[in-house]
Design a protein around this ligand. Structure first.
Ligand code: ZN
Length: 277
C-alpha cells in the first residue's frame, strides 16, 4: 500500500472533454471542481500545471470518460465563468488553451514527425529539432466615442441579441494601434483620433489575446461593412442596446465608459484631440 507521504498533494482538477469542462453536479460554485490528489477520470494526454488557486495547485487535462459520468455535467467556458467565478474561469481558460496547443502540436508542422515534450511550454521535434511554443493570436477592440455617445456594432457572427465593440485580428507587419485604426475604418468607414490603451484579456476561444483601445471620432457617416456587420450606430448612455457578457473585455470597456458618463454628466466628457491625417 502506498504511504500517505508519497501521495501527491491535493490539486484542483480542470478536466476537459474536447472544449467542454467537466463539473460536478450541482454545478453552482467553486466546489463543482474536483479537489483530489489524482484526477477523477484517467488523463487522455498531458497533465498541464496551471498555477495555484488559494494556495492549491491547479491541473488540467483531457479526460478518458466512461460515457456515463454520473454526478457530472459538461459545460462550455462561458458557462464556467457564471458557475465558478472569475479566478477559476481564468484558470479553466488557461487549461483549455494549453490543451488546444497540445492537440495542435502532436506533429511537427515542418517535417511531420511526432513531437516530444520539451518544457511545460514547448514541444520538440526529434526529426528537425524545431521547438513549438503555444501560439497566441492578438486581436483589438476599439471603443469609439463621439461626444456623449459610443459606437456599437452588431456582427453577423453574434449569437445573442447584443451589440459589441469594433474588433478584429492583428495582421502581419501591423502594430496594435494600426490594427485598431484599420478595423474601425474597414468596418464603419470612420477615421479615429488618438488611441488610449485600456487593457488586455486572454481570450481562450481558442487562444486569443484581446487588446482594448479607447478613441474618438467627431463626425462622418457610418459606411457599414456588410459582409461582417448587420448594424452599427452611436448610442447614448441612456439608450444602450443589449451589451456583451460581463466576462468580456468589451463589456468592461463599455462599463468604464458608462461610469465615466455618470460621473461627468455635466459637463460632457472631454474629447481627445483628433488624429493627424
Ligand atoms: Zn520537424
Amino acid at each position: 500500500m502506498e504511504k500517505a507521504e508519497n501521495m501527491p498533494p491535493e490539486a484542483i482538477w480542470f478536466l476537459f472533454n474536447s472544449d467542454r469542462l467537466l463539473l460536478r453536479t450541482p454545478a453552482n460554485g467553486p466546489d463543482a471542481l474536483c479537489r483530489s490528489a489524482g484526477p477523477p477520470f484517467p488523463p487522455a494526454g498531458k497533465v498541464h500545471i496551471l498555477g495555484r488557486h488559494e494556495g492549491i495547485l491547479c491541473k488540467a487535462c483531457l479526460a478518458h470518460l466512461p460515457g456515463a459520468e454520473q454526478g457530472f455535467v459538461q459545460v462550455g467556458l462561458r458557462a464556467a465563468y457564471d458557475i465558478l467565478g472569475e479566478p477559476l474561469y481564468r484558470l479553466a481558460g488557461k487549461g483549455r488553451e494549453m490543451i488546444h496547443w497540445e492537440e495542435h502540436t502532436r506533429h511537427c508542422p515542418a517535417c511531420g514527425t511526432g513531437t516530444e515534450p520539451d518544457t511545460h511550454l514547448s514541444q520538440r521535434c526529434p526529426g528537425c529539432g524545431r521547438l513549438l511554443f503555444p501560439h497566441i493570436t492578438p486581436a483589438i477592440l476599439a471603443l469609439v466615442r463621439r461626444r456623449d455617445r459610443i459606437l456599437l456594432v452588431r456582427a453577423r457572427t453574434f449569437t445573442g441579441p447584443h451589440y459589441g465593440l469594433v474588433a478584429g485580428f492583428l495582421e502581419p507587419g501591423e502594430s496594435l494601434e494600426e490594427c485598431a485604426r484599420r478595423e474601425v475604418l474597414e468596418e464603419t468607414g470612420l477615421a479615429v483620433g488618438n488611441l488610449t490603451y485600456f487593457g488586455s484579456q486572454p481570450w481562450p476561444y481558442p487562444s486569443g489575446l484581446m487588446v482594448g483601445f479607447v478613441t474618438d471620432n467627431a463626425d462622418g457617416e457610418i459606411l457599414l461593412q456588410e459582409e461582417e456587420l448587420i448594424h452599427a450606430a452611436f448610442f447614448p448612455r441612456l439608450g444602450l442596446p443589449a451589451l456583451p457578457h460581463p466576462l468580456s473585455l468589451a463589456r468592461r470597456m463599455i462599463d468604464a465608459w458608462i461610469l465615466d458618463m455618470d460621473r461627468h454628466r455635466e459637463p460632457p466628457l472631454p474629447r481627445l484631440p483628433l488624429l493627424q491625417k
